[in-house]
Design a protein around this ligand. Structure first.
Ligand SMILES: *Cc1c(COP(=O)(O)O)cnc(C)c1O
Length: 224
């Protein structure tokens, strides 16, 4: 039992090509389990709830890179701003502005990804490809000196249909390249594609992912 997480972690890492980073999604798992992954060498952890994250930050070593992967309300940005390494799911200009404001207060530049909504599932969150183009075309983001847009994040439809998953990830990849060419050609930091979870990360690796967010395969089922 004790070595379970370390073993799972090593298996996942062995699947990842050079240049792809693993976000170990530890939401709903106790700190002892994060510690086990940490002791096995993992440094990037993904969480999706602010309070839970706060508690874990206090309990874990300071060289952990915390990625916030869930939906983030603007009124909670202030809690993350002092330490968060990357915010994956920026889904509005309002949120982007607030991250900029709170990052400025902390004298930091915070790395963010724009969340794309391509999946068929009804969700309130994420930019459609056209909204995403519009946001960048509007240009206001250029004035936000304390956020750095590093790429795109998406979640494919939750389905067994691997063709559909692949299609959605390919759409995300193609939008990434379009935006890169149109707005970030001179910005090496715009390079991240965050897609792929436990059930679909192998497809993600074939469709350009640079950050995979994997929870269940490493830590086991979550108990909510
Ligand atoms: C929970 C979560 C994951 C991890 O999902 P698993 O299926 O456990 O690998 C990845 N991304 C996001 C945005 C999540 O909320």
């Amino acid at each position: 039992m004790k070595e379970r997480i370390a073993t799972n972690l090593k298996k996942v890492l062995a699947d990842l090509p050079e240049g792809v980073r693993l976000v170990a999604v530890s939401k709903f798992h106790p700190v002892e389990e994060l510690r086990e992954a940490y002791d096995a060498g993992q440094r990037i952890f993904g969480e999706s709830q602010v309070q839970e994250l706060q508690r874990k930050v206090a309990a874990m070593p300071s060289d952990v890179e915390w990625h916030f992967i869930g939906h983030l309300q603007t009124n909670k940005v202030k809690y993350l701003a002092p330490y968060v390494s990357m915010i994956h799911a920026v889904d509005s200009l309002k949120l982007l502005r607030e991250i900029d404001r709170q990052a400025a207060k902390n004298d930091r530049v915070i790395d963010v990804l724009l969340e794309l909504h391509i999946a068929e599932e009804e969700t309130k969150y994420g930019f459609s490809p056209s909204d995403c183009r519009e946001l960048l075309a509007s240009g206001e983001w250029r004035e936000l000196r304390h956020v750095r847009i590093c790429g795109l994040m998406m979640m494919a439809t939750y389905t067994d249909d691997t063709k559909q998953i692949r299609l959605e990830m390919e759409q995300a990849q193609s939008l990434f390249h379009e935006l890169k060419a149109n707005y970030f050609a001179e910005e090496p930091s715009f390079c991240e594609r965050s897609w792929g979870m436990s059930h679909d990360y192998r497809i993600a690796l074939e469709t350009g992912a640079t950050l995979v967010r994997i929870g269940t395969t490493i830590f086991g089922e979550r108990v909510y």
